[in-house]
Design a protein around this ligand. Structure first.
Ligand code: NAD
Length: 265
């Protein structure tokens, strides 16, 4: 039977992608499409707004819409909104998948508290490929040992405001946790020979690149490169839907994409 899903932020970039993928899949049914007060498309059909034609669910600012029959809710909105949606999900005991980023410690603590009552999957990056890369980099770093030199490079579109990307930082942290070392974010001038404990993290910017990450492992006489290339933002929505399938029926806890992909321990 199809899983009944409520999408918060249904008129946003991620929300519209989710509505479209849900409409195109037999595994999911949209039972609620929620937006903020004063959103300019309130009352319009969520499918029409997402570009897939009428699906019979109107965009509403009632944040309890559809919750009484929902199997799960997905939230890609803003930190404030996410915490408020959490109250509603908890009130109706509905599992939650959270993609919103930038939550401060107070909001995170509210999420941890709620995860004692409802199961929640939260991830800063829902891409399945990126989450598998994180795991593979951990295994490879352990296997190769500290004599292999590691450098990380990421490429993003010219509109990205932060550097290095959150994913590049996470990759670098995984490498450092296993072999130690210090991050080097750029090189210019007479920087001297590469220090063995350096982990270079470089950011390139240009064009419309959705996101690329490569971890280089340099050995003596050989080199291993692990790369992930994103060509569409749809990957985050696909990962979030995979998380929905995982979280329904799970005991209350805060889960990560690692739990979703590799099983929760
Ligand atoms: P967006 O601005 O296009 O969409 C956000 C939507 O949420 C907007 O339509 C907005 O009107 C709506 N919203 C705001 N307050 C609301 C409320 N109180 N109730 C209901 N809806 C409300 O942004 P986006 O690109 O879709 O990203 C949304 C969030 O998801 C951001 O925090 C972004 O960083 C994050 N994100 C995470 C991942 C991931 O893999 N975890 C991937 C992409 C984006």
């Amino acid at each position: 039977m199809a899983l009944k899903v409520v999408v918060y932020g249904a008129g946003g970039r991620m929300g519209k992608t989710l509505v479209r993928l849900i409409a195109e899949s037999s595994k999911f049914d949209l039972v609620g499409a929620v937006e903020r007060e004063n959103f300019d498309k309130l009352g319009e059909d969520a499918g029409v707004v997402a570009g897939v034609g009428k699906i019979g669910v109107k965009i509403t600012d009632d944040q309890e819409a559809g919750l009484s029959k929902a199997d799960a809710v997905i939230d890609f909105t803003s930190p404030d909104a996410t915490v408020s949606h959490l109250e509603s999900a908890q009130k109706f005991s509905v599992p939650m998948v959270i993609g919103t980023t930038g939550l401060n410690e107070a909001r995170m603590s509210r999420i941890r508290e709620a995860s004692n009552v409802i199961p929640i999957v939260m991830a800063p990056n829902f891409s399945i490929g990126v989450n598998v890369l994180l795991k593979v980099v951990e295994v490879v770093s352990e296997a190769l040992g500290s004599e292999w030199e590691v450098e990380i490079m990421e490429i993003h579109h010219h509109g990205k405001k932060d550097a290095p990307s959150g994913t590049a930082k996470k990759l670098a942290e995984i490498v450092r946790k296993i072999r130690g070392g210090k991050f080097v974010y750029g090189r210019e001038g007479i920087v001297g020979e590469r220090n063995p404990d350096e982990i270079g993290v470089m950011a390139l910017r240009g064009g419309d690149v959705v996101g690329e990450h490569t971890v280089y492992f340099f050995g003596a006489g050989e080199r291993l490169e692990l790369s992930h290339r994103a060509t569409t933002r749809e990957i985050f929505a696909r990962g979030a839907l995979r998380a929905v399938e995982f979280v329904v029926g799970k005991p209350p806890r805060l889960y990560s994409m690692e739990d979703v992909l590799f099983g929760d321990k």
